[in-house]
Design a protein. Structure first.
Length: 97
């Protein structure tokens, strides 16, 4: 197997680990952030009003979801840009040598 193929596989595996790590981080934050914001705002901000605390938790959950979507879109655009740069560079052919 050529060294380029091995390097490509290592890069792809690293990229998949990064994606998996981001997914795990956002999954944990989607569970923790709304619960924390609910109980924290219920106790310290809204003085026991559970309706307002629930709205705060819903807003927090939506913020986490929007952050995940924005991160995914930016990551996809970055990968498309790097793929486009790789295609634009002319490869060396036998005639050019």
């Amino acid at each position: 197997m050529s060294s380029q193929a091995v390097a490509g596989q290592v890069t792809a595996q690293t990229a998949h680990k990064g994606v998996l790590l981001k997914l795990i981080i956002f999954t944990v934050s989607l569970a923790v952030v709304p619960l924390t914001s609910y109980f924290g705002s219920k106790k310290y901000i809204w003085d026991g009003n559970s309706n307002y605390a629930a709205i705060t938790a819903i807003v927090a959950a939506n913020i986490v979801l929007i952050a995940y979507i924005v991160t995914s879109i930016l990551e996809d655009q970055a990968s498309q840009d790097s793929a486009a740069k790789g295609k634009l560079q002319p490869s060396e052919s036998k005639k050019a040598r």
